[in-house]
Design a protein around this ligand. Structure first.
Ligand SMILES: [Fe+2]
Ligand SMILES: [Fe+2]
Length: 332
C-alpha cells in the first residue's frame, strides 16, 4: 500500500471512531457542559458599575492587588492572555477530523459549547485586571493581539486522538495553575481573586473530565492507534498554548520562558506538575493494563509507562532562574 493510502485508511478509521462517539453527544453535552442561564457569568464575580458602592469596591480590589507578589501578578496576566487567545483554539479544534462546523454535527456543537464556556475565563480575568490598577492594559492587549496573530502549533495536525490527548493534558494544567493562583491570592487576603480563579479552575476540571472521557472511549474502539498518538505527543512534548507569547518590541515567543520561569518560581505551574499530569492520565486511562495491541503500540505503551520516571530524573537536574523579569505588562 502506498504511504498516502495507509494514511487514508487510518484516517477513515478515525472518522468512524469520531462518528461512533458522536452518537452519545447529547449525553456528553448534558454531562460536561452547564446550561447557559444557570452558569456563572463574569459579572457575577465583579463589582456592578451601576452600584453606588462601585468605587469603594474597586478601591478594595486595587488595595489587595498591591499585596500580591510581582511574579504572581505576572503569571496571572500571562494566564489571562492565554485565555484571551481562545479564537485560536476554537479555530484549531474546528479543523480536526470528524468535526464538521458546516454540517453542524455533534462535534462542532461540542467545540462551540466548550469555547463559549472558556470565553468567560478571559472576560472575567481581563476585567479584574483592568480594575486592579496594576496593569498596563495597552501592553497586555498588544501581547494578546500578537498571540492571536502569531497563532500556535501544538503539533497535533488534524488528528482527533492527538488533539484530545492535548486538551486532556491542557485542561488539567490550567486547572492546576488557576487553582494555585487562587490559593496564593487567598494567602494575601485576596479572597475575591481566589474566588475568581476558583470558579475558572472548576470549569477547567470539568472540561478535563470530558476530554479524558473522549479518550477513554477512543481506547475502547482503537487502542493501538491511540497508544501511538499518545507516545507521539509525549515525544514531541506538550507545548503550552502561549508558547509564542511576546511583548511590544519583542520577537515571537520571546516572553514565554520568562512567563514560565515566573510560574516555576511561584510554584503556580512547574515541571513536576507536568509529570504529575502525565501520571494522572496514565492512571485514568489504565494505559499499563491495555493489551491486545499491535507490536509498535505495545512498545509505545511501555515507553509511556516508563516516561514519568525518566522525566523525574531529568527534572531533578533542572534549576529555576532566580532573576525576576520586568514585564511591560505591569505598571510601575
Ligand atoms: Fe480556560
Ligand atoms: Fe480550558
Amino acid at each position: 500500500m502506498p504511504n498516502n493510502a495507509i494514511t487514508m485508511s487510518l484516517s477513515n478509521i478515525r472518522l468512524e471512531v469520531m462518528q461512533t462517539i458522536e452518537k452519545s453527544m447529547d449525553g456528553l453535552l448534558a454531562k460536561y457542559i452547564k446550561p447557559i442561564e444557570k452558569n456563572w457569568q463574569p459579572s457575577d464575580l465583579l463589582p456592578d458599575s451601576r452600584d453606588p458602592g462601585f468605587h469603594e469596591e474597586v478601591r478594595e480590589i486595587q488595595g489587595l492587588a498591591q499585596e500580591m507578589s510581582y511574579d504572581l501578578f505576572a503569571v496571572l496576566i500571562g494566564d489571562t492572555i492565554t485565555e484571551e487567545a481562545l479564537p485560536t483554539y476554537e479555530a484549531w479544534l474546528m479543523n480536526i477530523e470528524g468535526v464538521d462546523q458546516f454540517g453542524a454535527n455533534g462535534w462542532s456543537r461540542w467545540v462551540r459549547a466548550w469555547t463559549s464556556e472558556e470565553n468567560r475565563h478571559g472576560d472575567l480575568l481581563n476585567k479584574y485586571l483592568y480594575l486592579s490598577g496594576r496593569v498596563d492594559m495597552r501592553e497586555m492587549e498588544v501581547s494578546t493581539q500578537y498571540l492571536l496573530t502569531d497563532g500556535y502549533d501544538i503539533q497535533t495536525g488534524y488528528d482527533p486522538y492527538r488533539n484530545f490527548i492535548y486538551t486532556s493534558f491542557q485542561e488539567l494544567a490550567t486547572n492546576i495553575s488557576h487553582r494555585r493562583v487562587a490559593t496564593l491570592a487567598k494567602k494575601t487576603g485576596n479572597t475575591h481573586l481566589a474566588k475568581i480563579c476558583g470558579v475558572i479552575a472548576a470549569d477547567e476540571a470539568r472540561h478535563a473530565e470530558a476530554y479524558q472521557d473522549f479518550i477513554k472511549r477512543i481506547i475502547q474502539l482503537d487502542a493501538s492507534e491511540l497508544m501511538l498518538a499518545f507516545q507521539d505527543m509525549m515525544k514531541k512534548k506538550i507545548v503550552m498554548p502561549a508558547h509564542f507569547l511576546r511583548e511590544s518590541g519583542g520577537g515571537i515567543g520571546d516572553l514565554f520562558s520568562h512567563f514560565s520561569d515566573a510560574a516555576q518560581r511561584t510554584r503556580v505551574y512547574t515541571t513536576e506538575d507536568y509529570i504529575d499530569i502525565l501520571q494522572a492520565l496514565l492512571k485514568r486511562w489504565d494505559i499499563g493494563n491495555i493489551t491486545g495491541l499491535t507490536d509498535s503500540a505495545e512498545e509505545a505503551r511501555d515507553f509511556l509507562m516508563a516516561l514519568p520516571n525518566r522525566l523525574l530524573r531529568i527534572s531533578e537536574r533542572m534549576s529555576t532562574p532566580e532573576l525576576q523579569y520586568e514585564f511591560k505588562w505591569i505598571a510601575t
